[in-house]
Design a protein around this ligand. Structure first.
Ligand code: SAH
Length: 481
């Protein structure tokens, strides 16, 4: 059976601007063919098993030629694969999406197109520029500023000026002086407000505002680089009042998220929504212990226990009968709820020590948790003469790619924020960057006291969340900026 190709618009950069339909397609992909302009955070959403083909421009290499991309899509589809072609912005707006579909159509391969949010509208929007406004214009024109080698710009400037509409130029950075000259020569006012939005919707976004007459010089001074959109029109004057993105509390602040990849999503999304430059760097991964005789036998003897502290080992809810459940924190409790269960006890402070001290047990306790879980739990229970079977149901592994980039950031940035959501993320982080690194310039944002204690061992300056929840961690990050 031949496969299928889905052309997906990945949006301009902010991963939150990928559409739901696009994400759904990406999650089902067996092959993903992607471009330079697709953000790393979106690339991280594709299935690990999927074959990933980068056809974008790499530093010194040229991009894969268009006919070869078309051929890759066709070949993979003919192999029966479910192919996603991920493109920056919207695939059909200066994205050559149409060309990619032609060959597929000729061969009768089925395809779909999932429109994306285009940079032509969203980059100005994040720069505080609404591309239309009733008081300013009655049309919007999106123009390519791409110049074919050795050729003049093929733009009818007189026609554009006559429209009195907002003009948005894509691919126009190198031709910016010619574009502005062309508009001036065609009679546009030199005082017409104009702007460039570079790397729109990303934490590195910059807006440069000027007038048509001054924009080339101002942009050169600011060393504007591609990708950037050029906006010309009265609406550009609104940016000073509407500039919301630059004002976000964490705008441009780099925050390293060390949680395991599968759990990083919510924290990263919340930080991004606050403008942070989130760097997902999973330092640990949890893998279920399988087979796991200790858990199996504990499950056989469930009736022996009065209490269970679960970190989510699944069994049909009915097997639990009258057993009471405790969760270390609201996150675990939420997981239980997904399985139709509810924790009877969650300690006030969400850590092993408080669970051990506070668990209102009289009978035997089964603790299902990580292999190297904190001894604070079992010690606390032992002090209170409560019997406990401490059973490991998963293992924490330290991902250890010793990133030079991360190491350099830790040593070279003042106030680099690194979030630690457990003592094991601290261990994983330290083993990745190396214990010999100078940690004194960074700040470890820790979810609880035990995590902070681990960080302090390595000389990492810490701030500790008021309580061990993501909300409190985010609040603490905000308080510090
Ligand atoms: N299909 C894409 C456009 C592809 S052409 C879309 O709909 O957005 C590439 C041009 O898009 C770049 O030269 C730049 O002008 C613009 N562009 C893409 N991403 C951008 C971003 N994040 N910020 C500003 N401009 C961007």
């Amino acid at each position: 059976m031949p496969g299928k190709v889905t052309l997906v618009g990945a949006g301009p950069g902010d991963p939150g601007l990928l559409t739901r339909k696009g994400l759904e397609a990406l999650r089902k992909a067996e092959v993903v063919v992607y471009d330079r302009l697709v953000s790393p955070a979106i690339l991280a959403m594709m299935p690990e098993k999927a074959e990933q083909i980068d056809v974008g421009k790499q530093a010194a290499r040229h991009p894969v030629p268009q006919d070869q991309i078309n051929q890759i899509l066709l070949d993979k589809a003919l192999e029966g694969k479910n192919v996603v072609r991920l493109k920056g912005g919207d695939p059909f707006l200066f994205g050559r999406g149409g060309e990619e579909l032609e060959l597929l159509a000729q061969h009768g391969v089925s395809f779909e197109e999932v429109p994306g949010i285009t940079s032509a509208i969203s980059a100005p929007a994040y720069g505080g520029i609404p591309v239309t406004h009733r008081d300013c214009c009655s049309s919007l024109h999106i123009v390519t500023g791409h110049q074919r080698a050795g050729k003049e710009l093929d733009i009818d400037f007189e026609a554009l000026v006559r429209t009195k509409g907002t003009l948005v130029f894509l691919m126009g950075v190198s031709a910016l002086p010619q574009i502005c000259r062309g508009l001036l020569d065609a009679g546009m006012e030199p005082h017409m407000p104009a702007a460039v939005v570079e790397r729109g919707t990303t934490p590195a976004q910059r807006r440069i505002s000027a007038t048509l007459g001054t924009l080339p010089a101002v942009a050169e001074e600011a060393q504007v680089e591609s990708p950037a959109v050029i906006v010309v029109g009265k609406v550009c004057a609104l940016a000073e009042d509407f500039d919301w993105f630059d004002k976000l509390p964490l705008k441009g602040r780099r925050v390293v998220v060390t949680r395991p990849r599968e759990r990083a999503g919510t924290l990263s999304a919340r930080l991004r929504a606050l403008g942070a430059d989130v760097w997902e760097y999973p330092c640990i991964a949890t893998i279920p212990l399988d087979p796991c005789p200790a858990v199996d036998s504990a499950m056989e003897r469930l009736c022996d226990y009065e209490w269970q502290w679960l970190e989510g080992h699944g069994k049909d809810a009915r097997a639990l009968g009258a057993v009471k459940l405790a969760a270390i924190g609201p996150g675990t409790d939420r997981e239980l709820k997904k399985h139709g269960l509810k924790a009877d006890y969650v300690p006030e402070v969400y850590d092993a020590a408080h669970l051990g001290e506070g668990l209102p047990a009289t009978g035997k306790v089964l603790a299902l948790r990580a292999e190297e879980g904190s001894p604070a739990l079992t010690e606390g229970l032992a002090r209170r003469n409560i019997a406990c079977d401490d059973v490991a149901s998963y293992r924490t592994v330290y991902e250890n790619p010793r990133s030079q980039e991360l190491r350099a950031a830790v040593e070279g940035t003042d106030g680099l924020l690194v979030t630690f959501t457990s003592a094991s993320t601290v261990k994983g982080f330290v083993s990745s960057v190396g214990e010999d690194v100078n940690f004194s310039r960074m700040v470890g944002m820790c979810i609880g006291q035990q995590t902070a204690a681990e960080a302090k061992k390595f000389g990492i300056p810490v701030r500790v969340a008021r309580e061990a929840t993501m909300d409190a961690l985010v609040e603490t990050i905000l308080e510090g900026v």
